[in-house]
Design a protein around this ligand. Structure first.
Ligand code: ADP
Ligand code: ADP
Length: 221
């Protein structure tokens, strides 16, 4: 089982890069933010619980998030491996993932940080539009869709996330960047952390991410 983790601050470009890497590696993307948004849309008890935290720009508690992720990893399409986008986001989540993978004789073979300066994160999130069907991200200035309001990849409608309002953007950055440092430390210690410059054009970032994964010996088949 090949498990690649994409790390980065909110707005760094994880959701943009994940499908590109998925195309290269032939394994699916699992994005906890998308799983939570689907639960909110479906009005499930988990969605109602998660929504309070998402609307406030806070992380959803670890216990809820880990359960959601492990249920998703148990599905058959995750057997050969996954690209994780938005998980782990705390040191405790990183440990829980390692333990769950150890039970299957697997490890995180690469953790790639998409590194972007804080000022740019605000610009990216405030111009972000995502698609209803799969959450594919666009940007009104730097990465517009071919047809306004429509996803290039699946034709679904584009919308702006409620947590991409300026006040929630500020709350997310204030509350989530510290926890990201703990996750970076976790993967630095296990020697799988690689950093790519996320300020480059999307395709160049994609090449750098792919090179980082291919260069990680543990990710070889
Ligand atoms: P972004 O990529 O812009 O940070 P996501 O779509 O990944 O946003 O996540 C949206 C929200 O969902 C987060 O602000 C948080 O409230 C919640 N969330 C997603 N993943 C996690 C996680 N691993 N742990 C805790 N909360 C999470
Ligand atoms: P994350 O999943 O890390 O929160 P996204 O992939 O949703 O980030 O990207 C945030 C915003 O920045 C989106 O509007 C996206 O179109 C835009 N974006 C992503 N990568 C780049 C890039 N390399 N250059 C310019 N804009 C980008």
């Amino acid at each position: 089982m090949k498990v690649v983790v994409l790390l980065g601050a909110p707005g760094a470009g994880k959701g943009t890069q994940a499908p590109l890497l998925s195309g290269r590696l032939g394994i699916p993307v699992v994005a906890t933010g998308d799983l939570f948004r689907a639960a909110v849309r479906d009005g499930t008890p988990l969605g109602l619980e998660a929504r309070r935290f998402m609307d406030a720009g806070q992380l959803v508690p670890d216990q809820i998030t880990v359960r959601l992720l492990l249920d998703r990893l148990a599905r058959p399409d995750a057997e050969a491996g996954v690209i994780l986008d938005g998980f782990p986001r705390t040191g405790m989540q990183a440990k829980a993932l390692d333990e769950a993978l150890a039970d299957r004789g697997a490890v995180v073979c690469a953790a790639v940080l998409v590194d972007v300066a804080a000022e740019e994160l605000v610009r990216r999130m405030s111009g972000r539009w995502v698609c209803r069907a799969a959450g594919h991200p666009y940007h009104e200035v730097s990465s517009p869709p071919r047809v306004e309001g429509t996803c290039d990849l699946d034709g679904s409608e584009l919308y702006q996330r409620t947590d991409d309002r300026p006040e929630t953007i500020r709350a997310r950055l204030a509350q989530q960047l510290g926890a990201l440092d703990d996750v970076l430390e976790h993967y630095r210690t296990s020697r799988v952390l690689r950093t790519v410059d996320g300020l480059q054009p999307i395709q160049d970032v994609a090449d750098a991410v792919a090179a980082a994964v291919n260069g990680a010996g543990a990710c070889a088949d």
